[in-house]
Design a protein around this ligand. Sequence first.
Ligand code: PGA
Length: 252
Amino acid sequence: MRTKLVVGNWKMHGSRAANQTFLDQFLAGVDALQGVEVALCVPFPYLAQMQSALSNSSVSWGAQNVCEHSEGAYTGEVGASMLADFSCKYVLVGHSERRVLFGESSALVAEKYARVLAARMIPILCVGETLAERESGQTLAVIDEQLSAVTRLLGVGAFAGAVVAYEPVWAIGTGRTASVAQVQEVHQAIRNRFSASSTSPRVLYGGSVKVQSAGELFALPDVDGGLVGGASLVAEEFLGVCRGAVEALRAG
Ligand code: PGA
């Protein structure tokens, strides 16, 4: 069985004080998460805080976005080398909130993916369909297009050691988790897509993962862990979600 990975996506939440409380409580519980890798993707201003609090722990950290350019006159943007400067391990690219609210196309997301790789960090490529796309039977085609943008630009080898997060847009922040059958179907399709090459990214599920649902979702054969939004904001809750991955490992 592949190692489980659970990534918290704090989105635009946090303050230095609240983060410190979270870190103190979370770090007190991480020893019980043997065999599971945990990472926190936080807003840019808090990367330094993560680096100093987590450097001597088993928890990794990362960012939620990156600029598609390496450096230059791009006011307000943050480049991949800057994220690497704070020892980020992971960078989310193509989260649906970026695609929908900030108009990021799959081609742009692929350029961002390339920057993350070039700076020797691990991209977490978010893919997923809207409700309308699911209802019109386009789920797998949409995901295929989102993955293909990266393979077109960089080749299938760019997925070696990378992470793909399947996040149905209709399940994000809605309290509506995809069913076990829906998740397994898409994860298997993603896995099959790479079966002909030696490349095999880890595939996470995201979308309203909670303490109650984590164990069952993470135990699915093609689910390597989760990308967790709301339930990663409170230490006890996120520890509970991570424990779901420990249980899934034991059951496997
Ligand atoms: P959620 O967010 O767990 O709050 O649904 C997941 C995500 O957007 O990564």
